[in-house]
Ligand binder design. Structure first.
Ligand code: DQA
Length: 145
C-alpha cells in the first residue's frame, strides 16, 4: 500500500455550502470518502487533512516528510496564490506533489492565475470539480510508480 496524504487548505471545510457555481455541492467529507474509496482500488492508503491555519498546514507537511508519505495531493485554496511559507514546506518534500483545484482558476480573477507552488509541484489539475481530486490521486499514483 502506498501512503498518500491529501491536504485541504483554508475555507475548504465549507465545500458544499460555499459558492456552488464554482465548487459544486459535494461536502469535504464526501470528497474525502470518494478519495478513500479510489485509493483502495488503486492500492493507496489515503489520509485527508484540512486546516484553516497556515502554520498547522506547514506542520502537517513536515509530518508527511517524517512519516515518509509516498505522495501529496494538495488543494491549498487561496494560500496557493500567496503562501511562501507553505511553498517552502512543500519544497522540503522529495516525493511527487500534485496541486488540485475544484474550479478553473485560470478562468477566474487574475490573482487566482498565479500559483506560488508551481515550481515545486509535479503538476496541476483544475476545473473538474471533485474529479480534480480523483484525477490528482491517479496522477499521484502514477508519479510514484
Ligand atoms: C480553489 C481555488 C482558489 O482560488 C480558492 O481560493 C479556493 C478554492 C479551488 O478549489 O478551486 O479556496 O483552490
Amino acid at each position: 500500500m502506498k501512503k498518500i496524504v491529501v491536504l485541504h487548505g483554508v475555507n475548504l471545510n465549507m465545500f458544499g455550502k460555499r459558492d456552488p457555481k464554482q465548487y459544486g455541492t459535494a461536502t469535504l467529507d464526501q470528497i474525502d470518502s470518494q478519495l478513500k474509496a479510489l485509493g483502495q482500488e488503486l492500492g493507496a492508503d489515503v489520509e485527508s487533512y484540512q486546516t484553516n491555519l497556515e502554520g498547522e498546514m506547514c506542520e502537517r507537511i513536515h509530518r508527511a516528510f517524517t512519516e515518509k508519505a509516498d505522495a501529496i495531493v494538495i488543494n491549498a485554496g487561496a494560500w496557493t496564490h500567496y503562501s511562501y511559507g507553505i511553498r517552502d514546506a512543500l519544497a522540503i518534500l522529495t516525493v511527487p506533489i500534485i496541486e488540485v483545484h475544484m474550479s478553473n482558476v485560470h478562468a477566474r480573477e487574475t490573482f487566482r492565475h498565479t500559483s506560488v507552488f508551481a515550481e515545486v509541484v509535479k503538476g496541476q489539475i483544475c476545473g473538474f470539480g471533485v474529479d480534480s481530486y480523483l484525477l490528482g490521486l491517479r496522477a499521484a499514483m502514477s508519479a510514484i510508480q
